[in-house]
Ligand binder design. Structure first.
Ligand SMILES: NC(=O)c1ccc[n+]([C@@H]2O[C@H](COP(=O)([O-])OP(=O)(O)OC[C@H]3O[C@@H](n4cnc5c(N)ncnc54)[C@H](OP(=O)(O)O)[C@@H]3O)[C@@H](O)[C@H]2O)c1
Length: 261
């Protein structure tokens, strides 16, 4: 199947490693020009160097800083005059129980996870509407569909807001050529999943190996996803192949979500 992504301009946030990087990689392989973001300039540069394209924009900065987001938007407008594809990924909030987080932690989780998605959509949606073609994919987690999760209070709350935003936006722009979908990765083997494993082990007072076994017992396919397995589904949603899909929530989770719908 030809995804017809060749020449499309794609911004993938939080993409110097892990799932975001894999999405940028698959889109670049399909012929997209990709813009990637991350805070650590060394990691960002290494990611740029390993992407199969010479047309990569590497944008360094923090999703939690509005001025960084606005600077990225200006850089992309100057280089490409907009994007066709927006993949909204984030770094994820701290793991911990409800009583550990005060108003500052709640606000900073909102600033790092929800606000950037709003600001970037505001920056690039007008261009997508004007050309009557655009794809927005919001990445969250199966924790949205299947909470509660140990230490997951900030994650579940912020990602539920993002899921609602994606659904509402899909409806508001339907008929203008812009499709908005929401992907929920299940356990995926990355730096962050290793970190979460250790944190959950500490919260439970159990060895990390035991927590890992319990995590995988919850996944019918019995293993973590490779980041690329998430990215391939995202790429299809960004493509012509998904031209009748909008407002959907798509789990890529090895069967982890147990609900029928
Ligand atoms: N791995 C899983 O099992 C899994 C499952 C479901 C959902 N998720 C969610 O998917 C997202 C990505 O997870 P991952 O496992 O791919 O993480 P990862 O391997 O740690 O990669 C995170 C990427 O985001 C960047 N990043 C983090 N915070 C950022 C910030 N404030 N501003 C800009 N860039 C930032 C990181 O670069 P810098 O650190 O250099 O900024 C890195 O490029 C997270 O929200 C995670 O919770 C993960």
């Amino acid at each position: 199947m030809d995804l017809q992504l060749n020449g499309r301009r794609a911004l993938v946030t939080a993409s110097s490693a892990g799932i975001g990087f894999a999405v940028a990689q698959v889109l670049a392989e399909e012929g997209c020009r990709v813009a990637i973001t991350g805070r650590d300039p060394g990691r960002l540069e290494a990611a740029r160097g390993s992407l199969p394209s010479e047309r990569v924009l590497a944008l360094s900065g923090d999703l939690a800083q509005v001025e960084d987001i606005l600077r990225w938007s200006e850089q992309i407008q100057a280089a490409w005059r907009g994007v066709d594809i927006l993949v909204l990924n984030s770094g994820g909030p701290p793991v911990g129980r409800f009583e550990e987080f005060g108003p500052e932690e709640w606000l900073s989780a909102f600033r790092a996870m929800v606000l950037p998605m709003v600001t970037l959509t505001q920056a690039f949606l007008p261009g997508m509407r004007a050309q009557r073609w655009g794809r927005i994919v919001v990445l969250t987690s199966t924790w949205v569909k299947q909470p509660p999760r140990e230490g997951g209070v900030l994650s579940v709350a912020m990602r539920s807001a993002l899921a609602g935003l994606a659904k509402q936006l899909a409806w508001e722009v339907a008929g203008e050529g812009v499709l908005v979908n929401h992907v929920m990765p299940g356990p995926t083997w990355t730096d962050r999943s290793r970190l979460i494993l250790e944190r959950q082990a500490a919260l439970r007072g159990a060895p990390a190996e035991e927590v890992k076994r319990a995590t995988l017992a919850d996944v019918p396919l019995g293993r973590y996803a490779e980041p690329r397995e998430i990215a391939q589904v995202v790429a299809v949603l960004c493509s012509e192949a998904a031209s009748f899909v909008t407002g959907a929530t798509v789990p890529v989770d090895g069967g982890q979500v147990r609900s029928l719908l």
